[in-house]
Design a protein around this ligand. Structure first.
Ligand code: MN
Length: 244
């Protein structure tokens, strides 16, 4: 028994950085009263492959492994930044890799977990790039390149992504309401939990349906905590919102 924690969009860049300290603090919290931690993507600002010798990747792996060794169930779903996180890192860190969408039983509720980028269907340009980057053949070719070449590609991709984010209309960067409604229907979930949009919120939809959006971490930590009794709290921007 113990609480279940969810977090996403840490966008970790370095060990010597306040975001990493926030991540360490969350790990300590989970170690105290947690039974599970779900990381829903974009834990890393960039991820170049499990063979990356970046000290950040190693440090995150060590922290997660300590939780796993303490009996805490760790799960990870890919974000659009760390979609190359693979089996080797997962084995080192003690993570279970989830599919793009995963349904879990959360007490008496069914919850659907995902990063959230696949719900942003109005961003046609992004969805097209996503298809390319998720193709196994593209990934195999990319991972076969030397790390220096991968680093250069990632820096360029981030610059292009920033330019796109700056120029695209704000509405298309959010989830599409029809895509959300369809996902509730298809999955039969009461809760959809995701990140990606950097628009943390509790959306109270019809009946018992809730869309819980985890916040991004560059300014403050954000997580969802579901207690043994099913009560849940969403933390973001120094605020605490009770999910009811
Ligand atoms: Mn994302």
């Amino acid at each position: 028994m113990g609480a279940i924690y969810f977090a996403s969009d840490l966008h970790l860049t370095a060990v010597e950085d306040p975001i990493f300290d926030r991540f360490s603090a969350l790990c300590r919290r989970v170690a105290v009263d947690g039974q599970a931690l779900y990381l829903l993507g974009d834990v890393f600002e960039a991820y170049l492959g499990d063979d990356d010798d970046d000290p950040l990747v190693a440090a995150v792996g060590v922290q997660l492994r300590a939780l796993a060794d303490a009996g805490i169930a760790l799960s990870f779903t890919h974000g659009n930044r760390d979609f190359l996180l693979g089996q080797a890192f997962s084995a080192r860190a003690g993570l279970r890799l989830l599919d793009t969408q995963a349904v879990i039983e959360l007490g008496s509720r069914r919850a659907l977990l995902l990063h959230g980028d696949t719900l942003c269907t109005d961003d046609v340009e992004y969805q097209s790039i996503r298809r390319q980057l998720r193709a196994p053949q593209w990934q195999a070719q990319f991972l076969a390149q030397p790390l220096a070449a991968r680093r250069a590609f990632a820096a360029q991709a981030r610059a292009q992504s920033s330019a796109h984010t700056a120029s695209a209309a704000a509405e298309i960067m959010d989830v599409n309401a029809a895509a959300v409604a369809e996902l509730f229907e298809q999955s039969g979930a009461e809760w959809i939990i995701h990140g990606h949009t950097h628009r943390p919120a509790l959306h109270q939809l019809e009946g018992s349906r809730r869309r819980i959006v985890l916040g991004d971490w560059p300014r403050a930590a954000s997580w969802l905590r579901v207690a043994d009794d099913g009560s849940a709290e969403l933390f973001f921007e120094g605020r605490r919102v009770v999910v009811d």
